[in-house]
Design a protein around this ligand. Structure first.
Ligand code: FPP
Length: 251
């Protein structure tokens, strides 16, 4: 008899439509083994593969990974360069697998900051996966919420100045439509690996009613079964959106 799998405990009809992950703990995982921090990032790619595969297998609509923050530019030069090289290699190497699994790649963040070679590989991967209509995989690169919100405010102000919209027309929807996640499903589950309990300038606007899930597992050790655990936990929660439990249950 085959063993029951973790994935079988997930109700496929109630999947979080959009999951975001703060992939933390690469440096500590490597240092605990007496290795360079880059060794951790290198092994983190295996976790990216496993989790992306798991999300696609389940039928999750959208997965956003925090791959490089605006603040990460301030890390030691060799780490930043190593991460950029890893991005080039990984993005280039993964395109056939993305296509095989019908995964479409997107990016959010200030990608103009990225080195030319990264931007080139990224553009190729975006173009080559543009026909896929399965999982939407969003890489947050040179991303921070403060950058995103400032950019949104500037764009809205410009639209007001040019007469495209009036101040009175600025609504929650207009603001949401100016965020880099416009057009993607509402964020429902945010996972952070590596044991820290904070959101580190990631999707602050989108987190409004997302469920937060923290795990001590460091990113290079994280696998799709761990993602399934987070989704099982998500499905046990009562999401009230400001209402009472009775109101939610009588729906
Ligand atoms: C945080 O761990 C992780 C990063 C800053 C980089 C994440 C990058 C990858 C997993 C590899 C490339 C990804 C893709 C999508 C191709 P940390 O260095 O802050 O760890 P620490 O908290 O232990 O120091």
């Amino acid at each position: 008899m085959t063993q029951p799998q973790k994935i079988d405990n997930i109700d496929k009809a109630r999947l979080p439509k959009h999951i975001a992950i703060i992939m933390d703990g690469n440096g500590r995982w490597a240092q605990q083994q007496g290795k360079d921090r880059l060794f951790g990032h290198f092994h983190g790619v295996e976790s990216v593969r496993s989790v992306t595969e798991g999300a696609a297998e389940l039928g999750v609509n959208c997965l956003t990974l925090y791959a490089f923050s605006t603040e990460n530019w301030d890390r030691p030069e060799n780490e930043v360069n190593g991460l950029m090289e890893l991005l080039i290699k990984t993005i280039h190497g993964e395109v056939p697998t993305l296509n095989k699994n019908n995964i479409r790649l997107f990016t959010i963040g200030d990608t103009s900051m990225l080195p030319k070679e990264v931007r080139g590989e990224l553009q190729l991967a975006l173009d080559k996966t543009a026909q896929n209509d399965g999982l939407k995989l969003i890489l947050a690169l040179s991303y921070s919420s403060h950058w995103e919100i400032t950019a949104a405010v500037k764009n809205i102000a410009e639209e007001v100045q040019s007469g495209k919209i009036a101040i009175e027309q600025i609504s929650d929807k207009v603001v949401a439509d100016h965020m880099s996640t416009a057009g993607f499903p509402t964020l429902e589950l945010m996972i952070r690996t590596g044991g820290e309990h904070r959101v580190s300038n990631f999707l602050l606007y989108q987190l409004a009613y997302a469920e937060l899930y923290f795990t001590d597992i460091q990113w290079p050790a994280y696998r799709k079964e761990d993602l399934f655990d987070a989704i099982i936990d998500f499905q046990k929660r009562e999401r009230r959106f400001g209402k009472t439990s009775e109101q939610v249950q009588s729906r």
